[in-house]
Ligand binder design. Structure first.
Ligand code: AMP
Ligand code: MG
Length: 343
């Protein structure tokens, strides 16, 4: 199969929508990361997503809709009143909410769970595609399973060339990390995966929010998985990755010690303001602040693979605001190998 790249325009949305209605899978931009979309009501089409990604069948997908009036085709019963408030505040946007699953959604989408994950993306190309298809679109991130999520159409092409017929190239993803996954079925609502909508933003609307313990550590043996995606190796570059946290000078010292003691192709990931601390070494900027870090992280990890780097040392950021999502992804990419250099 040849994989075609198209720019977003009425004709390409129509072409992509036709493919979706024929049961095919297409790559498309969203504000979080690129998605691999298929008709969420077509079980065979949904199975193609799992095959294209090499994704384990027990890791459910997110259903994307264009407007709140479409949610009744996807969920069972009414939205709880607190979920309506969250939808008013943050949809369209990088927030995925978990509801009881509606009957139209085949169990392949939810990996057999009786709950369904739903999001209204804010990206106008994603919106246009969903409207053109006139279907809810099931979509996980458009990477091969285990690889860092794609934040450009080029990343999608790297992983999906020959596996899907079409990719819509909408430029760089704004946020750069996947959506916040929030279980809203009961109170307090619970963050299963941190993302662009932070726990504080959620608490501002509903008062109280829990964050699943597994967000910042590996799962314990026998622990029930709330968000099945959390149990898999994820976001990982090919090289080894170590994260160092603490005061900037101490972090730099610890990273330099490890870097200098390591053989082979190696690289340091650091915040822009700290680059001068690593003079004379191979260092790659993660940007000026946690927002820029979120935007660049997956591209940086892919760049490490492209450069054949086998040892990566990264600075940490405070796990506050969007920093929680950054540290969750970085932590999982490093299998939570985090060194504390001290304050
Ligand atoms: P991806 O966008 O590739 O990261 O995949 C979707 C994510 O949403 C995965 O991490 C899933 O674990 C999570 N997810 C999807 N449906 C559910 C659900 N019903 N309950 C909990 N988590 C879900
Ligand atoms: Mg993913």
């Amino acid at each position: 199969m040849n994989t075609k790249m198209v720019i977003p325009c009425a004709a390409s949305f129509e072409e992509a929508a036709q493919l979706i209605n024929m049961g095919e899978v297409v790559g498309f931009p969203t504000e979080t990361v690129y998605g691999l979309g298929a008709d969420a009501t077509n079980e065979e089409a949904v199975k193609k997503i799992f095959r294209a990604k090499g994704r384990p069948g027990d890791n459910p997908l997110i259903v994307h809709i264009a407007s709140l009036s479409d949610i009744h085709n996807v969920i069972y019963g009414e939205m709880p009143e607190w979920a309506q408030k969250l939808a008013e505040a943050y949809w369209p946007g990088p927030l995925t909410m978990i509801f009881d699953k509606g009957e139209n959604i085949p169990s392949a989408v939810t990996a057999g769970l009786d709950s369904v994950a739903v999001r209204i993306p804010g990206n106008t190309d994603a919106q246009a595609l969903i409207r053109a298809a006139r279907k809810p679109i099931a979509a996980p991130s458009a990477n091969l399973s285990g690889r860092p999520s794609p934040t450009t159409a080029k990343h999608v092409f790297e992983d999906m060339n020959g596996r899907i017929p079409l990719i819509i190239d909408g430029g760089e993803s704004d946020v750069g990390l996947e959506s916040t996954v929030l279980d809203v079925r009961t109170l307090p609502v619970k963050v299963l995966r941190p993302g662009g909508v932070t726990p504080k933003m959620i608490a501002d609307v509903v008062g109280e929010v829990e964050v699943a313990g597994s967000v910042m550590r590996p799962l314990k043996e026998g622990e029930t998985v709330l968000s099945p995606g959390m149990k898999y190796k994820h976001y990982a570059p090919e090289g080894s990755l170590v994260i160092v946290k603490g005061a900037a000078e101490k972090v730099a010292h610890a990273i330099i010690d490890m870097y200098d003691a390591t053989e082979g192709e190696k690289c340091i990931l650091a915040l822009e303001g700290n680059l001068s601390l690593y003079e004379g070494r191979n260092v790659f900027s993660l940007g000026k602040n946690p927002e820029e870090m979120a935007h660049r992280l997956f591209d940086a990890l892919r760049e490490m693979d492209a450069r054949g780097i086998n040892a990566i040392f990264s600075e940490a950021v405070d796990a506050e605001g969007i920093g929680l999502a950054v540290m969750n992804r970085l932590g999982r990419a490093a299998a939570f190998h985090i060194v504390d250099a001290g304050e």
